[in-house]
Each structure stands twice: as C-alpha cells, then as structure tokens.
Design a binder for this molecule. Structure first.
Ligand code: AMP
Ligand code: FE
Ligand code: FE
Ligand code: ZN
Length: 284
C-alpha cells in the first residue's frame, strides 16, 4: 500500500486540477491519496468525481494556523482529514482565512507597484483561477515579468520570502485543532521542523497541541532532514501522537513528486477509524 496524505490541486496553489491530481496519483502507483488544499474543501467533489478505479481518496485540507501565545507569533500548517465540510464554525474560519488571503494579495500587489513592479490584482487572481490565493500565484506574476526565474526563487528574502511578505489572519492553532475535532476530523501537524518555510516549531508547542487534541504529526516530509524525522518520531512516541509521511505535492509549483514520502498502512487505518466527519472514497 502506498499512501500519500498531503497534496495540493488548483483549488489552492497546486498546478493539477483535482481531476488531474487523481489521474497523476494513480499513475504514480498510489493506493491512497489525500487532497489537502490550503484553507478550502473546494476541490473535494471534482476529485471524487474523477477517481480512477481502485484509488482511494482521503478528503482533507491544510489549515493556515498560528501560535499567538509567543513573541513573535509563529505561523504553521495543520492538516485536517475527513472532517465534515458543512460544520459551520470550521467552515467560517476557513472562509475568513481565504478572505484575508485575498486582501493580502491585494496589499502585496500595492507594495510591488510602489516599487515600480507592474503586477496586477486581476492577473494574480487569474493564476489562482478561483482557488485559494497564495504567494505562489504572486510568484507566477514575478516569473512572468522575468524578475525571477522560477517560483522557488520568488520565495527568496528579497521577494516574497521577506521584503514583500505580508501577514494574513491565520486561525489560532488551538482553536483549529478543537474545530477539526468538533467537525469529526483528524488533525495532524504538517512539516513541524521545515525551516525553509520559516522556523521549526518548538517541542513545547507540539506537546501543548497533543494535549489539546492533536492526533498526529508529519515526520517524513522532503523539507525534513533525517535528524528532524527522527526527532519528530521520538517526540511523537513520547506524546502518544501518530506519525505520517507525505509528499506535499504542488504540481509544477514545487519539484517534489507524488509519493516522495508515504504513510504506514497501520497509521492510515487508525486515522480512518478516528474520523467521524467523512469517509474515504474508493474509485469503482
Ligand atoms: P502562503 O500560504 O500563501 O503564504 O504561501 C505558502 C505556500 O508557498 C506554501 O504552501 C508552498 O506551496 C509555497 N512555498 C513556500 N516556500 C516556497 C519555496 N521556497 N519555493 C516554492 N514554493 C514555496
Ligand atoms: Fe502550498
Ligand atoms: Fe504546508
Ligand atoms: Zn502543503
């Protein structure tokens, strides 16, 4: 069984439509794939409709969270699996983050314009194509202007990594864990030690989240070096958390391939039986 529990489609900042993502997952030899777009469930139905025979889909999302009780506050990503998308308190938080992302994109464009870089909001919206707007869509505008060679380069400090990086209203991570649980879902902390994304999250936070209802933590991720993975596994053992592995595939917006990291089938089975908000769907 090859199980990849973290991928993105055009419903957020991936480059494959949900249908293409399902086809790619089957072609990559996966048995189970999770769709985890940033702050949205908009890709779920199209992914279900396009499921190839034998492929199982886990419906999920990657929530933009933040730990507010530290100085400076820390942004982080929380994966949520098999939750009820109609649970209003969670749906409202996700809608709020998406609105904040729209405003952030507009303000980032203003900041770029003030420096004489003529990107436009409609252009960035076009790259987002109705999905959750993210920095990769701003990055595409910079690539188009030949100001950077690729999306990766657009995340350097002199661009979207720092100079043109603006905050958005992320969900308090403790609230996020609670709401995902209330929605019958399973919360898993994404890439907690991936320093290229900002900073490694402290173990004390992960311990606090475990107490607050966190179910698991992503250990195998391409942005974790081997020492990070071992550290996360040991910490998870101490805290009674499950460990997952996944690719965090984004199509051509990142170089990682589907199935680059995978999750243990026993952990997957455990995840499914812990969820009450939705069930996996297998293509007929
Ligand atoms: P946002 O959530 O809009 O702030 O953008 C963060 C997203 O940008 C992540 O989910 C990745 O998809 C992407 N990203 C972050 N860092 C990089 C990087 N160095 N190169 C390419 N994509 C990145
Ligand atoms: Fe992303
Ligand atoms: Fe992430
Ligand atoms: Zn992701």
């Amino acid at each position: 069984m090859r199980i990849d529990l973290h991928t993105h489609s055009t419903a957020s900042d991936g480059t494959d439509s949900p249908a293409e993502l399902m086809a790619e997952a089957a072609a990559a030899g996966l048995d189970v794939v999770a769709i985890t777009d940033h702050d949205t469930t908009a890709g779920w139905d199209a992914a279900v409709a396009a499921l190839p025979a034998g492929l199982t889909l886990v419906r999920g999302a990657e929530l933009s969270g933040r730990w507010y009780d530290t100085e400076p506050t820390m942004g982080l990503h929380l994966l949520a699996y098999l939750f009820d998308p109609a649970y209003e308190p969670l749906a409202a938080e996700l809608a709020g983050v998406r609105r904040s992302r729209e405003r952030r994109a507009e303000r980032t464009v203003e900041l770029l314009n003030a420096d004489g870089i003529d990107v436009t909001v409609p252009e960035v919206r076009r790259y987002a194509a109705g999905g959750t707007v993210g920095r990769p869509h701003l990055a595409q505008a910079l690539v188009r202007r030949r100001l950077v060679r690729n999306v990766d380069e657009a995340f350097r400090p002199e661009w979207l990594g720092r100079r043109y990086r603006l905050p958005k209203d992320d969900i308090d991570v403790f609230t996020a864990v609670r709401l995902v649980r209330e929605a019958g879902g399973v919360p898993v902390l994404a890439h907690p030690k991936a320093e290229v994304r900002g900073h490694a999250l402290p173990d004390a936070l992960i311990a606090g989240l475990a107490e607050a209802g966190l179910w698991g933590v992503e250990a195998d991720h391409t942005e974790h070096v081997e020492a990070d993975r071992e550290h996360v596994r040991a910490l998870a053992r101490d805290l009674g958390l499950r460990v997952t592995g996944s690719s965090d595939y984004h199509g051509t917006n990142k170089t990682v391939r589907l199935g680059a990291c995978v999750t243990d089938p026993l952990v997957y089975r455990d995840l499914v039986s812990s969820a009450t908000g939705a069930t996996p769907v297998t293509g007929a």
